[in-house]
Design a protein around this ligand. Structure first.
Ligand SMILES: [Zn+2]
Length: 104
């Protein structure tokens, strides 16, 4: 069975869809996790909902690069303390080496 991983936590639904489009253009399959919550919660403004983008594990690095470019256009990211790779602001862990900056 194919492994899907949570790659990116979008700060709102519109961002999630923008990135999903960018990924799909690059030939990466994307699932949005949390999208369906809208119908459940209904009353909440859309921008309060967090959406996680899931990608197939084997496309993880390719997808991370697409998101990284997207993030660079949006500004602000962080540098990994272990490998020095630049990560987009919404990455919880380094896309390159998997380092979790919260655990440093
Ligand atoms: Zn790293």
């Amino acid at each position: 069975m194919e492994q899907w991983i949570n790659l990116y936590r979008a700060s709102h639904v519109l961002e999630a869809h923008a990135i999903k489009g960018a990924l799909e253009v690059s030939g990466i399959r994307v699932r949005l996790n949390g999208d369906g919550l809208q119908s459940l919660i209904g009353e909440l403004p859309v921008d309060l909902l967090q959406v996680t983008l899931m990608v197939p594990e084997h496309q993880q690095h390719q997808a991370a690069r697409v998101i990284e470019r997207y993030q660079q256009r949006q500004g602000n990211g962080w540098l990994c303390g272990r490998c020095g790779e630049e990560n987009g602001a919404n990455f919880d862990i380094c896309w390159h080496c998997g380092n979790d900056p919260q655990e440093e």
